[in-house]
Ligand binder design. Structure first.
Ligand code: SAM
Length: 230
């Protein structure tokens, strides 16, 4: 369901200009937009940092803000198509005085346009929309077109950490990882059977766990890009 636009959304977004970038390429055809890279200078965005971690579909940002608080030496980027939730994410980062986190209002499809090659060392896919109907399968963030696009900006071997309550989406994702040359490890169909140490819950995860639903988890390693592997 599409969420209603917040009142004075643009005014609220303007309060967070230092934390938030809205990406709306002039070229509305995404395939053509992707042919024209507009790589961001990550040192300009974050200053010095050890490694960049990315959450795609970060929602209200609770998970990523807590991760950034615990790991001040790393940089964290939260991406979401929904401006309403990003305002909440920015508010959290500002209140916690985090200097190592930024948010992008951007469709995942466009990330290879902005993220330089070999720039991302980990991706989190937390409770990504499962798009259960077959005609929308291309929108799943583990569809082969996304798995190919992650190889464009991830360091080879970077883990994709996926959590979901949706078993059929998870099974689909495992199949796509294998088909696209991603190695998977730490696969579990009930992450909270023995909750990992120092685990940070996401907003959706808290809801599902409180309902007693099992959470599936996997780590899939991004393979080297084909031309690099030759
Ligand atoms: C179910 S919410 C999960 C939020 C958060 N990760 C959590 O676990 O609490 C999924 C989020 O993904 C975002 N999203 C869906 N498709 C996207 C895309 N193609 N690019 C960027 N964000 C997307 C939605 O706007 C939504 O905020």
């Amino acid at each position: 369901m599409r969420s209603r636009r917040k009142r004075n959304l643009d005014g609220q977004l303007a309060l967070y200009g230092d934390l938030l970038t809205v990406w709306e390429p002039e070229e509305k055809n995404w395939e053509r937009a992707l042919e024209i890279p507009a790589y961001v200078s990550l040192p300009e965005l974050f200053g010095a940092f050890d490694a960049l971690e990315l959450e795609i579909g970060c929602g209200r940002g609770a998970f990523l803000c807590e991760l950034a608080r615990r790991n001040p030496e790393k940089a964290f980027l939260g991406v979401d198509v929904n401006k309403n939730v990003l305002v909440e994410a920015c508010k959290k980062a500002r209140n916690a005085r985090l200097s190592n986190i930024r948010f992008w209002n951007c469709a995942a499809e466009l990330l290879p346009r902005y993220l330089p090659p070999n720039s991302v060392s980990k991706i989190y896919l937390n409770f990504s929309c499962p798009f259960p109907k077959a005609p929308y399968a291309k929108r799943r963030l583990t569809h082969p077109r996304f798995l190919e696009s992650y190889t464009r900006f991830c360091v080879p071997g970077a883990p994709i950490c996926q959590r979901t309550d949706n078993r059929s989406f998870f099974d689909y994702s495992l199949e796509q990882y294998a088909a696209c040359g991603y190695e998977t490890k730490a696969v579990t169909f009930d992450l909270h059977d023995k909750t990992p140490e120092n685990h940070i819950m996401t907003e959706y995860e808290s809801k599902f766990v409180s309902l007693g639903l099992p959470i599936c988890y996997a780590e899939a390693r991004v393979p080297a890009r084909k031309e690099e592997a030759l």
